[in-house]
Design a protein around this ligand. Structure first.
Ligand code: 5AD
Ligand code: SF4
Length: 438
């Protein structure tokens, strides 16, 4: 009898880039004779792809690692590997902190995984945390989760060094893939039946390969036959070129949704954050986007309680959120990250209860804004792409508008996941639209 293939469970935390990376890791492991299994199956190897952007993400992973350390007592021979941004920052510190961890592997070292696993099975402990200026994994075909949307990383790394952010340290320098490799991967996606591609980069507008910038690239991706929708995330407000707005406006396949992270409303805080724009710059761009792109949805990220943020600074953020009226917003408490410029220069001096209160108030304001915007859609008919089923009922379909809003509606004969249809909106919540097929 041939020896059974070793089984691997791969858990993913964090951003879409991490989800994409896990698909690369899955592909690399499958090529090397491993079988990926889900949570319900016993695994010989457990890998966790981690996020380090806020302390809360670290805490969740640490709880998992403690649990697996216990599991190792009942399952001798179980291998535990930690991937991604946490080990890239902590390096072998993680091996010291959690003796149950066999190896760690940073985001530029995934090609070494088969070797790291083999080494661990022989009793070794290793930290593979070299960052690369060139690695883009262009030649690896990700083993994607089947569905409607496919992630596709067009660049990796970040050179912006926003003072609060650990990403430039955990993911290293910016590097872009060639347009040829991005287009070939897009064509492959259409052959596999994906309807939508989301182009990813820590900072997509920094994409550059020869003469091709991000605006040119996204235009070429949208021209691939069979791709129905193109999305992208995340751009940086300090370098959002006007011609990218024009490409989005001119191209019906590029979705009318821009995730546009503001972070703070007070210029003084934006400067301390090293964001490279003022609130006025941001508002001017928003105005230009809205003038040129019909029905544009704008979403954002905000941090509350950055060092030295006074109530007056916070009020400027509140005013900015009220002025822009984002469709939705991710609102975070500032979380000091070791090694970042902010951690080195500014004491984390806003008390935790004040940070929490600022977040709560801003979340409530944004919910009101989102609800009002959604209410205005009652009675409208929207074109949606069906992505799956509601979590609560298999009789209810879950779809998405071009502007990235989730729409739930009762299933109807002849409709399938991956289809487009028109839905008349009859009810709304701050996060969801409800309706019926017309
Ligand atoms: N504390 C809180 N939020 C952070 N983000 C990044 N770093 C931090 C931090 N140290 C947020 C930013 C970014 C989003 C992905 O995470 O808002 O846009
Ligand atoms: Fe972090 Fe700023 Fe780079 Fe985004 S642009 S990944 S917030 S450093």
């Amino acid at each position: 009898m041939p020896e059974a293939k070793p089984t691997v469970r791969l858990l993913t935390y964090g951003c879409q880039m991490n989800e994409y990376d896990s698909e690369l890791v899955a592909s690399l492991l499958a090529e090397n004779g491993y079988v990926l299994v889900d949570d319900h199956h016993p695994a010989d190897i457990i890998l966790v792809n981690t996020c380090a952007v806020r302390e809360s993400a670290n805490t969740r992973v640490y709880a998992q690692l403690s649990q697996w350390t216990h599991q190792k007592k009942e399952q001798p021979g179980l291998i535990v590997g930690v991937l991604g941004c946490i080990p890239q920052n902590l390096k072998d510190g993680l091996l010291e902190k959690f003796p149950g961890v066999d190896f760690v592997c940073g985001p530029d070292s995934y090609r070494r995984l088969p070797e790291l696993i083999a080494h661990a099975r022989a009793g070794g402990h290793e930290a593979a945390v070299d960052l690369s200026e060139y690695e883009t994994y262009s030649d690896i075909a990700p083993l994607r989760v089947p569905g409607v949307n496919a992630w596709l990383a067009v660049m990796r790394g970040c050179d912006n060094f926003c003072s609060f952010c650990v990403v430039p340290f955990s993911r290293g320098r910016e590097r872009s893939r060639t347009p040829e490799s991005v287009l070939e991967e897009t064509r492959q996606l259409t052959r596999e039946g994906y309807k939508q591609v989301t182009l990813l980069g820590q900072n997509v507008n920094s994409y550059r390969s020869g003469d091709t910038d991000f605006a040119a690239l996204i235009g070429q991706v949208a021209a691939v036959d069979g791709i129905e929708r193109v999305r992208f995330t995340s751009p940086h407000p300090k370098d959002f070129p006007e011609h990218l707005i024009e490409v989005i406006a001119a191209n019906p396949r590029i979705c009318s949704h821009i995730h546009f992270p503001l972070q703070a409303g007070a210029d003084r805080i934006l400067k301390l954050m090293n964001r490279g724009y003022t609130l006025d710059d941001f508002l001017r761009l928003v105005e230009m986007m809205r003038a040129k792109i019909p029905n544009l949805a704008l979403t954002t990220d905000i941090i509350c309680g950055f060092p030295t943020e006074t109530d007056a600074d916070y009020q400027e953020t509140v005013r900015a959120v009220s002025t822009v009226e984002f469709d939705s917003a991710f609102i975070f408490k500032y979380s000091e990250r070791e090694g970042t410029p902010a951690a080195k220069r500014y004491p984390d001096d806003v008390p935790d209860d004040i940070k929490s209160e600022r977040v709560t108030r801003l979340v409530a304001l944004q919910r009101e804004i989102s609800a009002t915007k959604n209410r205005a859609m009652i009675g409208q008919t929207v074109r949606v792409l069906i992505e799956g089923f509601s979590k609560k009922s298999p009789a209810v379909l879950r779809a998405r508008t071009d502007s990235n809003k989730i729409v739930l509606f009762p299933t109807a004969p002849g409709l399938a996941v991956g289809d487009f249809c028109d839905v008349r909106i009859s009810e709304v919540t701050p996060n969801t639209l409800l309706g019926q097929v017309v």
